[in-house]
Design a protein around this ligand. Structure first.
Ligand code: FES
Length: 121
């Protein structure tokens, strides 16, 4: 897959957008992005399970792992690695940075086929 080169930081949410569920779903260029608040960290991932492409936003989060609600694949939220099947490919994670209370994700280092750079990058 073609990869883009330069970082491209996009504002995607504010910390105040998170409610008690500690999760948000946002759309970026028609792609669904799942944001999870784990303590003070924010994890951003492409909201698509690598098994059969189902959304992950209703998955359970347990001890830093995300469990797909469809067939139970388990992913490490730190690395994206598939820890148990049926999925074998890792999740696509976005680099995240916080600027005060604002959450930004870098879409510039992911495969261009997933999210293209916006015009302001
Ligand atoms: S779609 Fe996620 S484990 Fe099957």
């Amino acid at each position: 897959m073609e990869k883009t080169q330069a970082p491209c930081w996009l504002h995607i949410a504010s910390i105040s957008d998170f409610d008690s569920s500690r999760r948000l779903v946002r759309e970026v260029e028609g792609r669904s992005i799942l944001l999870l608040q784990l303590g003070k960290a924010i994890i951003a991932l492409y909201n698509v399970c690598t098994h059969l492409g189902q959304p992950l936003d209703r998955g359970r989060v347990v001890a830093g792992q995300l469990i797909c609600p469809f067939h139970g694949a388990c992913f490490d939220l730190r690395t994206g690695a598939a820890l148990s099947g049926p999925a074998v490919a890792p999740l696509l994670l976005f680099p995240v940075k916080l600027e005060n209370t604002e959450v930004l994700i870098d879409v510039g280092t992911l495969p261009a086929s997933i999210i293209r750079k916006s015009s302001n990058c």
